[in-house]
Design a protein around this ligand. Sequence first.
Ligand SMILES: [Fe+2]
Length: 409
Amino acid sequence: MARSAEERAGKYLDMGHSEVENHARAQQKVFEKHVGNKENVTRVISEFFKTNLLGFAYHYLRSRFGPRHPYQAYPRNGDSGVYRMQSAQPSSSEVSIALLSDWASDTAESDQVGHLVSSYAPDYTIHMGDIYFVGSPSEVAENFTAPYASWYYGASGSLVLSGNHEMYSNGNAFFTHLLPAMYAKDGDLRKTQQAGFFCLENDYWRIIGLDTGYTSVERPFLEILSPPDCHLRKEQLEWLRDVVKIGDPADKRGIVFLSHHPYFSAFREEYKKPGEQIKALMGDQERVVVWFWGHDHRLVFYHSASNGKGPVAYGRCLGHGGLPVEIRLPSEPGEISKMQLYDRRVRKVVKHHEIGYNGFVMLKLNGPVLTAEYKDLEDTLVAREAWRVDMKNGQINWEMLTFLSELAV
Ligand SMILES: [Fe+2]
């Protein structure tokens, strides 16, 4: 529904924008111009409330029909999809990676998170899926590729996973508009992202982005009767087996999975199939992994656990990138014990909805230690934790270093 420019600007007045600080790159002027121009934000966060059924139905029906974009897999254009991590500063031994999920909503909040990420200038940025409403070309542009878009492109790489929303428009803009804008650097060579999955690696860690989006959506309406299971397609499994060599018992590097869809959840659907497929490839190895996902619009730290025949994982839900952040407890009281920390702080009340804090996580890799720093949109450090990989046996030791006391479940 169209609103006058004045009404829209008025809505944004109390939402605030962070100033771009310490952003020493070419994007700086563009960001400053954008921050000063609130008209570049096309949506307000209340448009994404789940009660907005008409809005969702409109976007869904507009884009949902027609054939799915063909799947893309490696090798493609000479690319294997495995990239060696590199710091943008040659003198630095640390590599930083910002993970954002369910961020691409083009709201004042997503802008604020995007600008905060830019102020840290991470080496890599990764969007873990869901471009609202349906991942159309204009929505890809507004969030990622237009000159005023607030996505921050890491100097060493910027990569994306698909969520379900990209597939509501059959993945067309994801494959033909978004992937060509994404890349990983190999020295000075810029390698364009060729498929909806990838692996970033160094001597201690492998960070494997999984595509669960392509198989998360069935034919229109059929999916209601037969819910999709987000399985990893044959091409992706072959890549994990033959290129990443996930089953190589001699490779003791720590494993981090990224996916849009939750391996487990205390709140809604969970998808055990990808984990079971991966565990089958890993063979007898009893490796505990770290797994970040989104889809649920909240920040949750789960106790390490497995689902079905999948691996034991330290599961972290990061779906609080840009949409209204949910803060309610699970409807099943028994589910609460799955969680260790859950950010339920109330940021504001919009149309009688209490909503929480948007944010992202910054991974820092330094030798065998992987540190994760969770930041909210106001730049508060919500939590910090670390894993250390033992290169003798591939096991990882975890430690929660600090967290806001309000997060305790
Ligand atoms: Fe999603």
